[in-house]
Design a protein around this ligand. Structure first.
Ligand code: XBP
Ligand code: MG
Length: 257
Protein backbone atom coordinates (compact mmCIF):
# COMPACT_ATOMS: atom_id res chain seq x y z
CA UNK A 1 0.00 0.00 0.00
CA UNK A 2 1.35 3.46 -0.86
CA UNK A 3 2.07 6.55 1.15
CA UNK A 4 -0.71 9.18 1.22
CA UNK A 5 -0.03 11.48 -1.73
CA UNK A 6 -3.41 13.03 -2.56
CA UNK A 7 -6.97 13.69 -1.49
CA UNK A 8 -9.64 13.46 -4.20
CA UNK A 9 -12.91 15.26 -3.52
CA UNK A 10 -16.35 14.78 -4.96
CA UNK A 11 -18.17 18.13 -5.21
CA UNK A 12 -21.92 18.09 -4.85
CA UNK A 13 -22.97 17.02 -1.40
CA UNK A 14 -19.35 16.61 -0.31
CA UNK A 15 -17.72 20.04 -0.54
CA UNK A 16 -21.07 21.75 -0.02
CA UNK A 17 -24.75 20.85 0.07
CA UNK A 18 -25.42 22.13 -3.43
CA UNK A 19 -28.31 19.92 -4.51
CA UNK A 20 -31.46 21.05 -2.68
CA UNK A 21 -31.08 24.84 -2.78
CA UNK A 22 -28.83 25.36 -5.79
CA UNK A 23 -28.96 22.64 -8.47
CA UNK A 24 -32.65 21.91 -7.89
CA UNK A 25 -33.56 25.63 -7.96
CA UNK A 26 -31.47 26.12 -11.11
CA UNK A 27 -33.28 23.26 -12.84
CA UNK A 28 -36.65 24.78 -11.93
CA UNK A 29 -35.59 28.20 -13.22
CA UNK A 30 -34.50 26.64 -16.52
CA UNK A 31 -37.85 24.84 -16.81
CA UNK A 32 -39.62 28.17 -16.21
CA UNK A 33 -37.45 29.86 -18.87
CA UNK A 34 -38.94 27.60 -21.52
CA UNK A 35 -42.42 27.43 -20.05
CA UNK A 36 -42.39 23.72 -19.29
CA UNK A 37 -44.46 23.97 -16.13
CA UNK A 38 -42.22 21.43 -14.42
CA UNK A 39 -41.30 21.98 -10.79
CA UNK A 40 -38.95 19.58 -9.06
CA UNK A 41 -39.89 19.57 -5.37
CA UNK A 42 -37.31 18.77 -2.71
CA UNK A 43 -38.83 15.31 -2.38
CA UNK A 44 -39.03 14.57 -6.11
CA UNK A 45 -35.50 15.82 -6.63
CA UNK A 46 -34.31 13.35 -4.00
CA UNK A 47 -35.72 10.57 -6.18
CA UNK A 48 -34.22 12.00 -9.36
CA UNK A 49 -30.79 12.21 -7.73
CA UNK A 50 -30.43 8.48 -8.17
CA UNK A 51 -29.39 9.41 -11.70
CA UNK A 52 -26.06 11.24 -11.76
CA UNK A 53 -25.63 13.96 -14.35
CA UNK A 54 -28.03 16.79 -15.03
CA UNK A 55 -28.71 15.94 -18.66
CA UNK A 56 -29.20 12.28 -17.76
CA UNK A 57 -31.49 13.33 -14.89
CA UNK A 58 -33.70 15.40 -17.21
CA UNK A 59 -34.01 12.45 -19.58
CA UNK A 60 -34.82 10.13 -16.67
CA UNK A 61 -37.55 12.56 -15.55
CA UNK A 62 -38.97 12.75 -19.08
CA UNK A 63 -39.05 8.98 -19.44
CA UNK A 64 -40.43 8.17 -16.03
CA UNK A 65 -42.47 11.22 -15.02
CA UNK A 66 -43.42 12.88 -18.31
CA UNK A 67 -44.11 9.98 -20.67
CA UNK A 68 -47.06 11.89 -22.15
CA UNK A 69 -44.92 14.84 -23.19
CA UNK A 70 -45.29 15.46 -26.95
CA UNK A 71 -42.41 14.21 -29.09
CA UNK A 72 -39.60 16.72 -29.46
CA UNK A 73 -37.89 16.83 -32.87
CA UNK A 74 -34.35 16.59 -31.47
CA UNK A 75 -34.58 15.45 -27.86
CA UNK A 76 -30.81 15.47 -27.32
CA UNK A 77 -30.57 19.07 -28.46
CA UNK A 78 -33.61 20.02 -26.38
CA UNK A 79 -32.07 18.52 -23.23
CA UNK A 80 -28.68 20.06 -23.99
CA UNK A 81 -30.23 23.54 -24.31
CA UNK A 82 -32.30 23.08 -21.15
CA UNK A 83 -29.22 21.92 -19.25
CA UNK A 84 -27.14 24.83 -20.50
CA UNK A 85 -29.80 27.21 -19.18
CA UNK A 86 -29.74 25.36 -15.87
CA UNK A 87 -25.96 25.64 -15.62
CA UNK A 88 -26.18 29.40 -16.22
CA UNK A 89 -28.80 29.71 -13.46
CA UNK A 90 -26.63 27.61 -11.13
CA UNK A 91 -23.56 29.76 -11.70
CA UNK A 92 -25.61 32.95 -11.27
CA UNK A 93 -27.08 31.56 -8.04
CA UNK A 94 -23.66 30.84 -6.59
CA UNK A 95 -22.35 34.24 -7.65
CA UNK A 96 -25.17 35.97 -5.81
CA UNK A 97 -25.50 33.78 -2.76
CA UNK A 98 -22.38 32.14 -1.35
CA UNK A 99 -23.07 28.51 -0.48
CA UNK A 100 -21.24 27.49 2.72
CA UNK A 101 -18.74 24.63 2.59
CA UNK A 102 -19.60 21.62 4.75
CA UNK A 103 -17.91 21.34 8.15
CA UNK A 104 -14.22 20.50 8.04
CA UNK A 105 -13.82 20.88 4.27
CA UNK A 106 -11.85 24.11 4.33
CA UNK A 107 -9.82 23.04 7.38
CA UNK A 108 -8.84 19.69 5.78
CA UNK A 109 -7.96 21.30 2.45
CA UNK A 110 -5.82 23.92 4.21
CA UNK A 111 -4.06 21.21 6.24
CA UNK A 112 -3.43 19.10 3.15
CA UNK A 113 -1.94 22.06 1.29
CA UNK A 114 0.26 22.98 4.24
CA UNK A 115 1.56 19.39 4.35
CA UNK A 116 2.13 19.09 0.60
CA UNK A 117 -0.68 16.59 0.08
CA UNK A 118 -1.92 17.00 -3.50
CA UNK A 119 -5.57 17.78 -4.23
CA UNK A 120 -7.97 16.79 -6.99
CA UNK A 121 -11.65 16.89 -7.80
CA UNK A 122 -13.68 14.05 -9.32
CA UNK A 123 -17.27 15.06 -9.95
CA UNK A 124 -20.23 14.37 -12.20
CA UNK A 125 -21.18 18.02 -12.31
CA UNK A 126 -20.39 20.39 -15.16
CA UNK A 127 -16.94 22.06 -14.99
CA UNK A 128 -18.47 25.56 -14.88
CA UNK A 129 -20.31 24.55 -11.71
CA UNK A 130 -17.05 23.47 -10.08
CA UNK A 131 -15.51 26.85 -10.88
CA UNK A 132 -18.54 28.65 -9.46
CA UNK A 133 -18.51 26.73 -6.17
CA UNK A 134 -14.74 26.67 -5.69
CA UNK A 135 -14.16 30.34 -6.48
CA UNK A 136 -17.13 31.63 -4.51
CA UNK A 137 -17.19 29.27 -1.54
CA UNK A 138 -13.54 28.23 -1.12
CA UNK A 139 -11.36 31.11 -2.41
CA UNK A 140 -11.10 33.20 -5.59
CA UNK A 141 -7.81 31.49 -6.50
CA UNK A 142 -8.76 28.03 -5.20
CA UNK A 143 -9.13 26.46 -8.63
CA UNK A 144 -5.32 26.46 -8.69
CA UNK A 145 -5.21 24.40 -5.51
CA UNK A 146 -6.51 21.37 -7.38
CA UNK A 147 -4.02 19.63 -9.67
CA UNK A 148 -6.82 17.94 -11.58
CA UNK A 149 -10.45 18.89 -11.91
CA UNK A 150 -12.14 15.86 -13.42
CA UNK A 151 -15.75 16.80 -14.11
CA UNK A 152 -18.90 16.07 -16.08
CA UNK A 153 -18.59 14.91 -19.68
CA UNK A 154 -14.79 14.54 -19.55
CA UNK A 155 -15.41 10.81 -19.26
CA UNK A 156 -17.78 8.55 -21.21
CA UNK A 157 -19.55 7.10 -18.18
CA UNK A 158 -20.60 9.10 -15.14
CA UNK A 159 -20.86 7.86 -11.57
CA UNK A 160 -21.49 5.14 -10.42
CA UNK A 161 -18.99 4.16 -13.13
CA UNK A 162 -15.38 4.57 -11.89
CA UNK A 163 -14.31 6.59 -14.95
CA UNK A 164 -14.04 10.00 -13.35
CA UNK A 165 -11.89 8.84 -10.44
CA UNK A 166 -9.70 6.74 -12.78
CA UNK A 167 -9.30 9.81 -15.01
CA UNK A 168 -8.16 11.89 -12.02
CA UNK A 169 -5.68 9.20 -10.91
CA UNK A 170 -4.27 8.92 -14.41
CA UNK A 171 -3.83 12.66 -14.80
CA UNK A 172 -2.04 12.80 -11.42
CA UNK A 173 0.03 9.73 -12.29
CA UNK A 174 -0.94 8.21 -8.97
CA UNK A 175 -2.31 4.80 -8.04
CA UNK A 176 -5.44 4.35 -5.98
CA UNK A 177 -3.39 3.15 -2.99
CA UNK A 178 -1.74 6.56 -2.70
CA UNK A 179 -4.97 8.53 -2.37
CA UNK A 180 -8.09 8.92 -0.26
CA UNK A 181 -11.41 9.87 -1.85
CA UNK A 182 -14.30 11.81 -0.29
CA UNK A 183 -17.87 11.16 -1.37
CA UNK A 184 -21.45 11.75 -0.20
CA UNK A 185 -23.69 9.49 -2.29
CA UNK A 186 -24.24 5.85 -3.14
CA UNK A 187 -23.37 6.53 -6.78
CA UNK A 188 -20.21 8.28 -5.69
CA UNK A 189 -19.22 5.49 -3.32
CA UNK A 190 -19.61 2.84 -6.05
CA UNK A 191 -17.54 4.96 -8.41
CA UNK A 192 -14.77 5.47 -5.89
CA UNK A 193 -14.88 1.85 -4.70
CA UNK A 194 -14.61 0.49 -8.23
CA UNK A 195 -11.62 2.71 -8.89
CA UNK A 196 -9.93 1.01 -5.94
CA UNK A 197 -9.85 4.09 -3.72
CA UNK A 198 -9.98 4.24 0.04
CA UNK A 199 -13.18 6.19 0.56
CA UNK A 200 -14.51 8.53 3.23
CA UNK A 201 -18.26 9.08 2.99
CA UNK A 202 -19.87 12.14 4.56
CA UNK A 203 -23.61 11.70 4.27
CA UNK A 204 -26.25 14.43 3.92
CA UNK A 205 -30.04 14.63 4.02
CA UNK A 206 -30.39 13.21 0.52
CA UNK A 207 -27.95 10.34 1.02
CA UNK A 208 -28.12 9.34 4.71
CA UNK A 209 -30.25 6.26 3.97
CA UNK A 210 -28.22 5.03 1.00
CA UNK A 211 -26.06 1.88 1.03
CA UNK A 212 -22.38 2.47 1.83
CA UNK A 213 -21.51 -1.12 2.69
CA UNK A 214 -17.76 -1.54 2.41
CA UNK A 215 -16.86 2.15 2.63
CA UNK A 216 -13.76 2.69 4.76
CA UNK A 217 -15.58 5.09 7.04
CA UNK A 218 -18.99 6.80 6.98
CA UNK A 219 -19.32 10.09 8.86
CA UNK A 220 -21.97 12.73 9.44
CA UNK A 221 -19.41 15.25 8.15
CA UNK A 222 -15.66 15.93 8.42
CA UNK A 223 -16.11 17.68 11.77
CA UNK A 224 -14.22 20.54 13.37
CA UNK A 225 -12.14 20.70 16.58
CA UNK A 226 -15.17 22.26 18.27
CA UNK A 227 -17.80 20.26 16.36
CA UNK A 228 -17.35 16.50 16.59
CA UNK A 229 -18.43 14.33 13.68
CA UNK A 230 -20.62 11.27 14.18
CA UNK A 231 -19.10 7.98 13.05
CA UNK A 232 -21.89 6.09 11.30
CA UNK A 233 -19.67 3.16 10.34
CA UNK A 234 -15.96 2.35 10.45
CA UNK A 235 -13.31 3.31 12.97
CA UNK A 236 -12.09 6.88 13.48
CA UNK A 237 -9.45 5.78 15.99
CA UNK A 238 -11.00 7.95 18.68
CA UNK A 239 -10.75 11.14 16.60
CA UNK A 240 -13.63 13.60 16.64
CA UNK A 241 -12.81 15.37 13.38
CA UNK A 242 -11.19 14.25 10.12
CA UNK A 243 -7.58 15.24 9.43
CA UNK A 244 -4.66 14.25 7.20
CA UNK A 245 -3.40 11.82 9.86
CA UNK A 246 -6.69 9.93 9.81
CA UNK A 247 -6.57 9.78 6.00
CA UNK A 248 -3.08 8.26 6.23
CA UNK A 249 -4.31 5.88 8.93
CA UNK A 250 -7.18 4.65 6.73
CA UNK A 251 -4.71 4.05 3.91
CA UNK A 252 -2.26 2.15 6.11
CA UNK A 253 -5.07 0.01 7.55
CA UNK A 254 -5.97 -1.03 4.02
CA UNK A 255 -2.36 -2.04 3.37
CA UNK A 256 -2.45 -4.42 6.33
CA UNK A 257 -5.67 -6.15 5.19
C1 XBP B 1 -23.64 15.38 -8.54
C2 XBP B 1 -24.39 15.17 -9.79
C3 XBP B 1 -24.53 16.32 -10.75
C4 XBP B 1 -25.30 17.45 -10.09
C5 XBP B 1 -25.86 18.39 -11.12
O1 XBP B 1 -22.30 15.38 -8.90
O2 XBP B 1 -24.84 14.07 -10.04
O3 XBP B 1 -25.24 15.84 -11.86
O4 XBP B 1 -26.42 16.90 -9.39
O5 XBP B 1 -24.82 18.90 -11.93
P1 XBP B 1 -21.13 14.93 -7.82
P2 XBP B 1 -24.98 18.87 -13.52
O6 XBP B 1 -21.82 14.47 -6.55
O7 XBP B 1 -20.39 13.82 -8.52
O8 XBP B 1 -20.33 16.17 -7.60
O9 XBP B 1 -26.37 19.37 -13.82
O10 XBP B 1 -23.90 19.79 -14.03
O11 XBP B 1 -24.76 17.44 -13.90
MG1 MG C 1 -21.77 14.04 -4.59
Amino acid sequence: MGQLEALIFDVDGTLANTEKDAHRVAFNRAFADVGLGWDWSVELYGKLLKVAGGKERIRFYLDDWQPEMPEVEDLTAFIKDLHARKTKHYCDLLANEVLPLRPGVRRLIDEARAKGIRLAIATTTTPANVTALVTHSLAPDAMDWFEVIAAGDMVPSKKPAPDIFLYALEKMNLSADQCVAFEDSGNGWLSSRDSGLTTVVTVNNYTADQDFTGADIVLSNLGEPNQSFEVLSGNAGGKTYFDVALAAELLSRKSST
